[in-house]
Write a protein that binds this ligand. Sequence first.
Ligand code: URA
Ligand code: CA
Length: 440
Amino acid sequence: MNTGVLEAICRKRDGKALSPEQIAGFVRGVTDGSIPDYQLGAMLMAIYLKGMDQRETVDLTIEMARSGDMLNLDGVEGVKVDKHSTGGVGDTTTLILAPLAAACGAKVAKMSGRGLGHTGGTLDKLESIPGMSVSLSPEAFVRQVNRIGLAIVGQTGSLVPADKKLYALRDVTGTVGSLPLVVSSVLSKKIASGADVVVLDVKAGNGSVMPTLEGSMALARSMVEIGCRTGRRFCALVTDMDQPLGTHIGNALEVKEAISVLQGACEGPLKKVSLQLAARMLTGGGLARDVDDALVRLEAAIQNGASLQKLAEMIRCQGGDPRVTEDTDRLPGAKKILPFESPCAGYVASMDTMALGNGARLLGAGRIRQEDAIDPAVGLVMRVRLGDRVEKGQPLLDLHLGEHSDLAGCTRLLEGAFTITGEKPDPRPLIHSIVEGPKQ
Ligand code: URA
Ligand code: CA
């Protein structure tokens, strides 16, 4: 038995700081499988309940980043930029900002994830495009980024194995929303995947991993501070997730919405947040004078078709059908569409965003168990936003159904997901805060 682990668990249980050696030993034991899951679970819960100080969080992050291979992007010429979201619903910013930033001269070498819990994942969305592959060898990945400035792929099996193990355990031990655990999970992957500039989208609201705005703010500050200490440029936007960001929730549905933004056919919060994030990728990479200059360039790259062209190029390079960017009817579509109606008249005062994400998951847009297959066509399309006036029987959203959709389960979730009141609620800001790193 590894007595060092038991000692470390007890120390953390009692609210004391772990030594660098204890943290290194813990991550080693996670990675080589020598610590059993029950001790890992106990340690995760102790960290969740007692927290970690800054020094411990940095040590944990660095040890996790080193737990497997580190991607070498030295072969990519130019400034490598990356982005990471803490996870949301109807939140397809990557598919918009990655081609946009690339069209404006950035090198976007993006490693994305799959859906997790109630949140969607970029890889699952991309795979709804016929033929599209998200697994490239590291060499092919670097070659594609050099050639067209853009690649979005899945994490290779050997990158940050400690996070793979811990994330799966956190998901089933009630320990996801812990500041040091989220910081180390996100940053270890960003450090191991080699970008020079990283823009973080930290979600706040009832569809995010952190339960309070204060928690999301603290998370953003901590990630930027620790990230910048690794010699990379980090900044974070704290953005609202008290309702889905876009109108479309589901894989092909979100690709369709992203394409419509890049076609210049869709304004709104999804475009706004995507542009704000992309602007920081450009300024961080020295590709624009300031945020206003960046926003002008980004808007131009939408209007002149360059960003849509860039998306088509990436899809072609990764084996997909680029014609989807001109004709989204080539994406998988639902067998059946049903409205979900408001039970009464009034104003939309709140939405349970997590329930909406889980509702889409029950229709087949996400997985309930790891091995589940996804139905790319299914999901939800929102017809209202917070503050909208609705009449009784007016559709709040549309359900896009597939053969294996759990309609009854989804409907049960949706029935509890909306609060309709007589009074118009105060509007919420879309961007709560911007956290910049120290000036260089
Ligand atoms: N995204 C991650 O990669 N890790 C977390 O812990 C939360 C969101
Ligand atoms: Ca009706």
